[in-house]
Design a protein around this ligand. Structure first.
Ligand code: NAG
Ligand code: NAG
Ligand code: NAG
Ligand code: NAG
Ligand code: NAG
Length: 305
């Protein structure tokens, strides 16, 4: 309840509260950004978002089936097709049972098999194919809106773009979710899945980094999913973390992973944000409420119901 209240509070008081925090620390604030000068409808939609058919699959595991249910109860229903991949059958979600070993160490194998399953069963039926975690929140409408500027027949994928310190490997954070065009999925399975030169055949490995390497090797471009003001649409963190300087400290590992320089302050996230990660079950409902039901009554409104 404490965190839910906090969430509601900072949305309601975003302008004064966040501004106060960030201006009190000029070392991390970006005061050059045009704060509050951008409205949600400022982007141009080049094609009809409604024509994008999106399949989203959720990575889950037997101990998290209950948690995954909150995805189904909130944003999961706004996509065209929702699948849950696990290693056990659960009729409530329902799940697709993959013949792989469970566990964090084997997430790469599970991811490969999930995308292969989706390719075999659904490649022609959908335009875009997204991987999400069971604690990721996705705003499906904003996802459609962004994708309307891109063709599913071009080899590309989008997400929270990272660059691995050291190797420089570009990849999309697994927790923030990433989405492959139809052509990207085709290349992944037809040219990568069985090719050990291009894609790791070892079941172990960091799912998102391996995916980034594999997609790059089969000619899939890592897209730029920021909005026209350079603000991020996919986040690998929860909203309360994104606005907390204590979360994004200088020694936080993620500081060295951002592909694009991180902009600080309340305007670093797009007004059309797509995803958040590490979202607790309660906050799934809080975000759903704030994004889809909550309305601010403006003083110009003639009648207050
Ligand atoms: C300001 O930033 C410094 C360095 O990142 C940090 O140690 C300090 O806690 C911050 N102060 C506030 C008020 O957030
Ligand atoms: C959304 O809910 C309806 C009604 O229960 C169901 O028929 C539909 O398949 C759901 N959509 C998704 C993507 O799960
Ligand atoms: C990896 O996936 C393959 C294909 O489904 C499966 O045969 C194999 O047992 C899996 N390995 C592990 C360690 O999960
Ligand atoms: C980020 O990289 C710099 C330069 O290599 C290093 O000094 C710093 O400790 C790194 N920060 C974190 C949080 O890993
Ligand atoms: C601050 O924001 C402006 C406008 O987007 C950008 O050009 C600049 O690089 C940002 N600076 C930092 C330090 O993030």
């Amino acid at each position: 309840m404490g965190s839910l209240l906090l969430l509601v509070l900072y949305y309601a008081l975003l302008n004064s509260w966040a501004a106060a925090i960030f201006t009190s620390n000029q070392t991390t604030a970006n005061t050059t950004f045009p704060i509050n000068s951008v409205t949600a409808n400022s982007a141009t939609v080049k094609s009809n978002p409604a024509t994008n058919k999106i399949l989203i699959w959720v990575m889950t595991s037997p101990k998290n089936h209950q948690k995954a249910l909150h995805v189904k109860n909130t944003w999961g229903n706004r996509t065209d097709k929702l699948l849950f991949f696990s290693t056990e059958i659960d009729e409530n979600l329902p799940t697709v049972k993959l013949p792989v070993q469970e566990g964090y160490a084997f997430l790469w194998n599970k991811t490969r098999e999930a995308f292969k399953f989706v390719y075999e069963k659904y490649l022609q039926d959908y335009d875009w194919f997204m991987k999400s975690d069971d604690d990721t929140f996705v705003n499906v409408e904003n996802l459609r809106y962004m994708l309307s500027n891109y063709s599913p027949s071009k080899p590309t994928y989008f997400g929270c773009k990272y660059k691995l310190p050291g190797s420089g490997q570009v990849f999309m954070s697994g927790g923030g979710g990433y989405i492959l065009s139809q052509e990207a999925l085709r290349l992944f399975v037809e040219e990568g899945y069985n090719n050990k030169e291009k894609c790791s055949q070892n079941p172990r490995g960091f799912e998102d980094v391996e995916m980034g390497r594999c997609l790059e090797n089969v000619g899939v471009k890592a897209g730029d999913s920021r909005d026209e003001f350079g603000r991020e649409r996919f986040s690998a963190f929860p909203p309360e973390g994104e606005f907390d300087p204590a979360y994004f400290r200088k020694d936080f590992w993620a500081m060295n992973y951002s592909y694009y320089p991180r902009i600080y302050g309340q305007s670093h996230l797009s007004d059309n944000a797509i995803s958040f990660h590490y979202v607790t079950p309660a906050n799934m409902y809080a975000l759903d409420y704030l994004m889809y039901r909550f309305k601010t009554i403006k003083s110009t409104d003639e009648k207050i119901p």
